[in-house]
Ligand binder design. Structure first.
Ligand code: ADP
Ligand code: MG
Length: 341
């Protein structure tokens, strides 16, 4: 069994600025496994951004165009467990032999091998053998190779032989495309643009979360036999925000954001108009709006007695920046993780 999931294809992998290089390298590898210079192909990026989907699509594409090839998808975790198990059964050679037959090896979440010396040694051996025989190796990681602490240098060096490409949080257009595509696949009517836009603007952490909201909307729509409208979207989003809210309060948001920007909480509440402080203050207000149930008025009160229109303006400014400025979006996403469960 190849462990491939046929529902992950290139067809339903939406292309955007956030994944263009990784996607096209993946397609190249899928068309000519083992014979491009993208060997190994390493895809890295945060959680829920489509790494597994992409590498599964590579596997499925190879399988579809060259059925005789032995394509194997395995998570690094499963690889590790299988290896440990083979050690216990004194069947290490058998384990190795199995992997040495593979034509295309897809190892997902390679960061899991960190600090597992013996497993890394085995993978190193398999890697070398496969690479020398012109077999394709594809890997994913939740961070760039240079940040993979606990992985041996000789292994990390091998990763540099091929191509490393990242996947990033989807931009607005990609989110819209993902929403439309998913709803279309699920066979429901695509809501009018202002509803789709609202949803796309509200969830920009990762695709998995976005899909979660879409799934609940689709279910809601079929159950109630109602088309998805703005009210339904807001309701679904409220639900998610409430889940997060329980653990987050204003204090925590202020402390976390201030620390992130290297300023004191007092400055957030101060009248200072220094650029760094203003940005930090706006970001903190943005999270206060999205991750607590406080009104704009209450939020303003906790930020040195500011007016609710100031808060509203701040939230809007941050939303706009999140959409237009990639670097900024990454910072906000990083912070957002601290406020999600
Ligand atoms: P990761 O492995 O990076 O954590 P996944 O590949 O599991 O993320 O993706 C999470 C979900 O989002 C999956 O259901 C996947 O199909 C979907 N997804 C991610 N990126 C895209 C994309 N560009 N187009 C369509 N679906 C996507
Ligand atoms: Mg994954």
């Amino acid at each position: 069994p190849s462990q491939l999931n046929g529902s992950y294809t290139f067809d339903n992998y939406i292309e955007g600025d956030c994944n263009r290089l990784a996607r096209s390298a993946g397609l190249a590898v899928a068309n000519k496994p083992g014979t491009t210079s993208f060997n190994p192909l390493m895809v890295y990026g945060g959680v829920g951004l489509g790494k597994t989907h992409l590498v599964q699509a590579i596997g499925n594409h190879i399988k579809a165009t060259a059925p005789e090839r032995f394509v194997l998808y395995v998570s690094a975790e499963k690889f590790t467990n299988q290896f440990i198990d083979s050690v216990q059964r004194t069947a290490v050679q058998e384990f190795a032999n199995f992997y040495l037959q593979v034509d295309a090896l897809i190892l997902d979440d390679v960061q899991f091998l960190a600090n597992k010396g013996k497993t890394q040694e085995m993978f190193f051996h398999i890697f070398n053998h496969l690479h020398q025989s012109g077999k394709q190796i594809v890997m994913t990681s939740d961070r760039p190779p240079k940040d993979l602490q606990g992985l041996e240098d000789r292994l990390l060096n091998r990763f540099k032989w091929g191509l490393t490409a990242d996947v990033q949080s989807p931009d607005f257009e990609t989110r819209v495309a993902i929403i439309r595509n998913k709803m279309d696949q699920d066979g429901i009517d695509i809501p009018p643009p202002h509803v789709v836009d609202y949803l796309a603007n509200s969830v920009h952490t990762n695709v998995r979360e976005l899909e979660g909201v879409i799934a609940s909307l689709v279910a809601q729509s079929s159950l109630s036999r109602r088309d998805i409208d703005l009210e339904m979207v807001k309701q679904a989003l409220r639900h998610i925000i409430e889940e997060v809210e329980a653990e987050v309060n204003l204090d925590f948001i202020q402390k976390t954001v201030a620390a992130y920007f290297g300023i004191s909480v007092d400055l957030l509440k101060d009248k200072t108009r220094k650029k760094e402080v203003v940005t930090a203050r706006q970001v903190a207000m943005y999270f206060a709006k999205h991750h607590t149930s406080h009104t704009l008025k209450t939020i303003g009160f906790h930020f040195g007695g500011r007016d609710h229109t100031t808060v509203m303006h701040s939230v809007q400014t941050v939303s706009d920046l999140v959409d237009s400025d990639k670097k900024f979006r990454e910072q906000v996403d990083e912070l957002r993780k601290k406020f999600a469960k």
